[in-house]
Design a protein around this ligand. Structure first.
Ligand code: 4IA
Length: 408
């Protein structure tokens, strides 16, 4: 890493903290902890879990692009796959490194790339317009509703499972499956226990729809299987690549859209800007991803002793990377806490960075662009209509409820 030694070149002990990043009070409002960890130093030892925390942009970015020293194959959650059996067979994308990661990654990036998405754009635009019309209803007056189920969940669930080619029956498993998967990256706390009784049921359905004969002929799923026919991946790998779509592609976009709507409702000047220039929909979404970081944290595991800013981290240790803290690091971003369509949010680490950077980001952007454009064309005012409620998850910055008032 570029930050291997401090200015003296002397190895020092890192500051320590006994904070629990997965405690409910922190999940409710993680920002004070992010600030404290970022200011404590470039590396902080979290004594409760014996892991090392990076909360500054420079160190998070450097670790994300250095897959040789900061591996994913030992799991990107707290649990180390060398010592603990994972709750499901590891992902070929998320929980693998080169060379095993290469072929599945190439296939998925092709299936979800900008060229493959071209044919979906018009359909998704129409779907978004229909949904927004339905929500606004016939009357000219303002409408009040909960934006989490009615927009942020409804839109991805309307377009994404069809695009994958999933059967209609059982789609209600998608959100709870994802919620559990993202909890499972954290410690075995009450959030994991709460999901545990139904994991087998959700997993059973998810695994069953990764099979070729269940998927429609023209979706992302079928394209992954076609890659297996060409020999780009093996037939054993295909269902696991499909599973990655279903794990990573639903809750993330739901909470990304929620974050965007919440940000716009709370910043009327930015909403006015988006209305005046609907092309800003893409910037609005990426800025919301930077500002909120729906994927808050991921772990890496050191493959060898590494020295980061003068701190020796032994091999085999878990590193907790605070993407959300990096995305608001004042060392990298001017006025980091403001949601501002005038800034260039590119370079944020909300989609990760490097080899593992989100393969579905173009899909997420297309979904958000369709929905935000449909809203910007029809809605003059968007405001909060009541108290919001967070949904606690060990990895996701999530929402249960965002009451909105929209004026046509
Ligand atoms: C997978 C990082 C997050 C969005 C993610 C979760 C699961 C998987 C990939 C990415 O199962 O491959």
């Amino acid at each position: 890493m570029t930050t291997a030694t401090n200015h003296t070149g002397v190895r020092s002990r890192p500051p320590t903290s006994d904070v629990d990043p997965f405690a409910h009070d922190v999940l409710e409002d993680p920002t004070p902890m992010h600030t404290a960890l970022r200011e404590a130093g470039p590396v902080v030892h979290l004594t409760r879990y014996d892991v090392y925390a990076f909360a500054r942009y420079e160190q998070v970015h450097a670790a994300l692009v250095d897959w040789q020293e900061f591996q994913s194959a030992a799991g990107v959650g707290l649990s180390n796959f060398r010592y603990e059996k994972p709750w499901r067979p590891p992902s070929l994308l998320l929980e693998a490194d080169p060379p095993l990661h290469d072929a599945p990654s190439r296939v998925l990036r092709q299936v979800l790339g900008p060229r493959a998405l071209h044919r979906l754009r018009e359909r998704w635009q129409t779907d978004a317009e229909e949904l927004v019309e339905q929500v606004l209803g016939g009357s000219a007056g303002p409408v009040e509703f909960d934006a989490v189920p009615v927009l942020a969940e409804a839109f991805p669930l309307r377009v994404f499972p069809d695009a994958v080619g999933l059967p209609r029956d059982g789609r209600e498993h998608l959100l709870p499956y994802g919620d559990h998967a993202f909890n499972a990256f954290g410690p075995a706390n009450d959030l994991v226990a709460k999901g545990a009784p139904r994991v087998a049921e959700h997993s059973g359905w998810v695994n069953s729809v990764c099979a070729r004969d269940v998927l429609s002929a023209d979706g992302f799923g079928a394209r992954i299987w076609a890659a297996a026919d060409r020999g780009d991946i093996t037939p054993e790998q295909a269902p696991l690549v499909v599973r990655s779509l279903l794990t990573a592609g639903v809750d993330t976009t739901v909470h990304g859209l929620s974050a965007t709507l919440y940000a716009l409702a709370g910043n009327p000047a930015q909403w006015a800007r988006l209305r005046a220039e609907p092309r800003l929909a893409r910037v609005a979404f990426d800025e919301a991803i930077r500002w909120e970081s729906p994927g808050q944290t991921f772990f890496r595991t050191t493959t060898t002793d590494v020295t980061v800013d003068g701190v020796l981290i032994p091999g085999g240790k878990k590193i907790l990377m605070f993407l959300a803290a990096a995305n608001r690091d004042p060392r990298r971003w001017a006025d980091p806490d403001s949601f501002d369509l005038g800034r260039d949010p590119s370079g944020h680490v909300g989609f990760g960075m490097g080899l593992h950077q989100c393969a579905g980001q173009h899909v997420a952007r297309l979904e958000s662009e369709a929905l935000l454009t449909a809203l910007a064309r029809r809605v003059s005012g968007i405001e909060l209509a009541g108290p919001t409620r967070r949904h606690h998850n060990n990895t996701l910055r999530a929402w249960d409820s965002i009451p909105l008032r929209l004026t046509r």
